[in-house]
Ligand binder design. Sequence first.
Ligand code: ARG
Length: 546
Amino acid sequence: MNNLLNKIRINLTAVLLSYDLNDDVQFIISKFPEVDLQINNLVKYKEENFFDQLLNKFQTILEETNIFSEIKSSDIGFLNLSFNHSYLSNIIKNSKDELETNVKRTLLFDYGGPNIGKPLHVGHIRTLNIGRSLYNSNSFIGNTVKSDTHLGDWGMPVAQIITYLEKNKISPESVTAGDLEIIYPKASKEYWDNVDFKKRAQEINKLLNNGDKNLYEIWKIIKNISLENLKIELKKLNQNFDYWYGESDVNNLIAPMINDLVNNKKVIKDEGALISSENVDPKILITKTDGSYLYITTDLATVLYRKKYLPYDKAYYIVDSRQSLHFKQLFSSINYFEFSNAEHEHIAYGTINDAKGNPFKTRDGGTKSLNELFQETKNYIKNINNNIDEAILDQLTNSVLTFSDLLTNRKTDYKFDLEKFTNINGKTGIYVQYAQVRAKKLLLEIGENKKDLDSLVLSSIDKDLLSKLYLFGYHLEQCVQLSEPHHLANYLYEISSLFNAFYEEEKLNNITNQEHLASKILILKLFLTTSQNVMFCLGMEPVERM
Ligand code: ARG
């Protein structure tokens, strides 16, 4: 939230408290014309004998701030507030300070989570977009952020690949990332179809866990091939991570961790398996009957690893909602085992389906890779605009893949509809890019304003846009507090569409009143910085031209 609005909110809440009313004052964005914000908290005290006093105190505080030009109370106690736009324009200029959080924390973002031997598929787009947006938004308000992608680079899938190479006498050095993508599904199928293959894979898995040198070298070759390719793919999507640690990095922490848990009676033996002694239903399995580790075993060790090497106040796991039970069990085990006092939260999201609402598949029924989706989207945009250069085309493709993904509340499933998502007149990544390109062009044509502004001369569209620009902090706070980027994506569309109205309303070249022109230029510049800041928070790059 804008710090000024927050301060007012705190002062008003204190007034309520002085009347023994335990009630948090909230600003609500108004839908009425010429009203910017509303306060509805007073309605329920309308019948109290202290109502007039209360109202008075509220009005005094609100007036003293200079931020509102009009404060009206309705018959039943609603407060309708309209901004003082001249005052606003001054605060927005310094918006970065206005938006900084008072309590700075260190936050860790666990997202992406690709697996060795498997290409990034369409489903990865959600964790990547949401993760990057939460990372950027939190860094924007001054938190310290770290991202760690938690590679799936250990355990049975890798053992299956090695078994396959061994059986078919394929030298690991000769394998390419593309080969691995073909080999892995075959190896995993054979694991279930062929008993000998399965036995050998289990053996290899165990040997790797126990530090077998030869196998470790083979594993390293495979991991590097896969990781290099992954980095190239992610770079194309404008994605990067501060840390690329994987499950393999915590493997040697697991045995001592289990040992401690056994000694502290935090886990108990159950037919060879280890289960947590925490009193929960269902019981939480920590290792399997054959002694092998589970997904949660690695995640627990990762908490210990990060506590030591990447300490944080809070960790966010941006992972598909189908893993909810896993994270519920992980978080309650972290507490029960006393592994960390930091906060942990699962940022769950729904499924992305094709335009008809069916799971995304390739023509032959396989899972669609993210690369294919990127290429399809790029070709589609190219067909609409055939004279755009490659680099901008890539940026626009990423804009479409990011904006349309972040627009829907992350908890709901959505349909990926290329036609809809590339519509230049729709609520799309293309539309918001076009608005800021238009603004840049206009500013270049009209030139910076040198004249000092005593007072602003504003049309009603100018006022609407200025109010909205000021409310960036409001939407940013919703995004950060609820970890929901859709608040910002919708906001970006709103300011872009208001900007277009501003653009259409009158030609800046025709304006003769110097004060009016200077006001327009000021708003134009504020729109440009705000729109670029929102894009940054969403993980989008503003294009130079289109
Ligand atoms: N690699 C995992 C998967 O494909 C996702 C990892 C999510 N992060 C975590 N710490 N569990 O399902």
